[in-house]
Write a protein that binds this ligand. Sequence first.
Ligand SMILES: [Zn+2]
Length: 205
Amino acid sequence: MTTIEKLTELFKKFPGIGPRQAHRFVYYLLTRSQQHNDDLAKLIGLLRTTVTECTACHRFFEMEGRIDTQLCDIDRDPHRDRTLLMVVSRDVDLESVEKSGAYKGLYFVLGGSVPILTEKPEERIRQKELLETIRQRAANGLREIILAMNVTPEGDHTADYLAQILVPMLGGGIKISRLGRGVSTGSELEYSDSDTLRFALQNRG
Ligand SMILES: [Zn+2]
């Protein structure tokens, strides 16, 4: 394989990128300077050393030189409401909710969602880690779990799947809620504006 082919193959694996776009990325890089491409390669090389996964919520966060903590700024913030735990599919969903400013509890990032016809749902998400987190938090004042999935068939399915596991496990002591339908059907949290998210949170049930 040529360098162009190899790089095209790598870009093709990016989310939402098809073969044609992947090819265009390579040709775009060919128009840029050596310095630009070296800087890009260097930044990619740094990603795994400067960004780490929070051991509590599992989002990725920038360590900014701190070696003393495995916890992100949200989990380290003493002012966050520890009685609330919002479960989201991906980091970008968490970022949208944070941007809305409407939520002051803690999060858990599933790292994916559960497709409707999958045979091994537990392998698609951080299920084991979620149950462990909930067990720990339940013993430390957790009162409500908010299942904040995308308003899509797959998002609904993921929330149903989680509720089915959590309801018997928690036995009614902890409320399980979902976002209100302010988020219109077919939409993804990532693209919902702050007002919509605020409304959906206020109208959860
Ligand atoms: Zn965290």
